[in-house]
Design a binder for this molecule. Structure first.
Ligand code: CO
Length: 153
């Protein structure tokens, strides 16, 4: 084996180890805006399976106070959305319109008013089995419009 061949082989081997790390670092975060028009800026979240946690920053770009037009982001199974929403309404604004310690909620942000932001960390392993999963706002009535699908890519 020549030195040149050895070098080429080492380079190829090296790139095999480096590539997955580059992938893992790619795009494990997203920002979603929420508006006074009761909308998120996206209706789909693509989450790479290679991410351990996926960070979502919710930016409430509106001007209205949270008691009038509050927005949060809740991650759950799509089939659990209606139940979480109904119990959140009963829990009231003091609980960010979420039933405390609701086991159906994978992760949820605080309720934000205009100009505020909140960040959540989604444990991606929790999405790998079951589903489909969605994100939505649990402020009463908002999930009709403020919802989206989660796609594992
Ligand atoms: Co909302």
């Amino acid at each position: 084996m020549t030195n040149r061949f050895m070098m080429a082989a080492l380079l190829i081997l090296g790139s095999m180890f480096v590539a997955p790390q580059v992938l893992a670092q790619a795009n494990c975060a997203a920002t979603i805006n929420a508006t006074d028009a009761m909308r998120y800026s996206t209706t789909n979240l693509n989450i790479p399976k290679t991410c351990t946690t996926f960070t979502v920053t919710l930016r409430n770009t509106g001007k209205l106070p949270k008691a009038a037009m509050g927005h949060n982001i809740v991650i759950a199974k799509t089939s659990d959305m209606a139940g979480i929403d109904a119990d959140g309404l009963k829990a009231g604004i003091a609980n960010n319109y979420l039933k405390p310690k609701d086991p159906r909620i994978i992760v949820a942000s605080k309720l934000t008013g205009g100009g505020e932001s909140a960040t959540i960390q989604i444990p991606v392993a929790r999405l790998a089995s079951g589903g489909p999963y969605s994100f939505f706002c649990s402020f009463p009535g908002h999930s009709t419009f403020m919802k989206g699908t989660i796609k594992l890519i």
